[in-house]
Write a protein that binds this ligand. Sequence first.
Ligand SMILES: NC(=O)c1ccc[n+]([C@@H]2O[C@H](COP(=O)([O-])OP(=O)(O)OC[C@H]3O[C@@H](n4cnc5c(N)ncnc54)[C@H](OP(=O)(O)O)[C@@H]3O)[C@@H](O)[C@H]2O)c1
Length: 327
Amino acid sequence: MKAVLCHAFGPIESLTVGDVSSPAPAADEVRIRVHAAGVNFPDILIVEGKYQIRPEFPFTPGSECAGEVIEVGRDVVDLAPGDRVMAPASHGAFAEEVCAPARKAVKLPDQLDYQVAATLLLTYGTSAHALIQRADLQAGETLLVHGAAGGVGLAAVEIGKALGARVIATAGTDAKLAFARAHGADDGINYADGPFKDRVKELTGSHGADVIYDPVGGDVFDQSLRCINWNGRLLVIGFTSGTIPSAPANLPLLKGCSIVGVFWGAWVERDPAAHRGNMERLLAWQAEGVIRPHVELTVPLTGVPDALRALRNREVRGKAVVTVREH
Ligand SMILES: NC(=O)c1ccc[n+]([C@@H]2O[C@H](COP(=O)([O-])OP(=O)(O)OC[C@H]3O[C@@H](n4cnc5c(N)ncnc54)[C@H](OP(=O)(O)O)[C@@H]3O)[C@@H](O)[C@H]2O)c1
């Protein structure tokens, strides 16, 4: 089968496409014929050797897919060949076939397109877990979402609205803010224009935001701690800025707020039943049009470096998707 191959940690441009043997599922895994695979920021980090997972070479990147089960491991009882599923993988999804743990796979409704399914798992799953289980976001609260036109950010905007919050979006360009508004954001702040913390205070009657969703880190995190409400929850999602911030501990004390870590993949491992519950809620919202995942860019397997480059250059609104097999 064809697969994208990483032979050494380094630039995304060094990825190749080659022939490898089909993977064999472990007892608790399913083998999936991949139709579409979502592209995510951590895929860049894993190729560059900057992620917490460092697979043996050569390895195939790609951390989520939608496709058809073609083989099940001997202990798998609730999935069968022919089932349409979406599934996370630690890596390996940029390929014609991948193996994934059956307990993390979610069956797809018949009408759901594989391309859309490939956008739902990692970004929407992460944002749902962050806002529901970690922040306990309540209707009527104010949610500030950074990087609001990106993968996890756009998902947070839409899920925040679905949960009844008022959503303030930040992004690096006015066009991205207009896009976030078109997906439900009530207000927008361009953080390239200068410090956003004062504008957040203005928009919230000087209280600050109740929940802040931060996939950017660095200065964005530092400013967030200065515009958060009493009892606020600052969600640590990621560090696309390249800087892992250090918080002065007096600020959470003075603000009576919490800094809350979010690690979706580890949570799915620990609580697959709750993960399925979130995904069922997201699938229902998608069917009702409450959430509208956006596919900015589709590429074939040979185009994976282009998709990763576009992501790194901040050119992707919503998601890029690798189309592995036409329907
Ligand atoms: N904690 C978890 O469980 C979990 C799960 C999934 C992903 N993540 C993390 O979430 C982050 C976002 O992932 P994603 O797939 O949504 O990425 P993405 O689609 O590329 O979005 C990231 C956004 O970050 C902003 N950004 C600010 N500075 C940037 C820079 N120097 N380079 C690139 N982007 C920059 C960009 O918005 P502007 O241009 O508007 O600034 C961009 O839209 C990553 O750090 C990822 O590792 C965490």
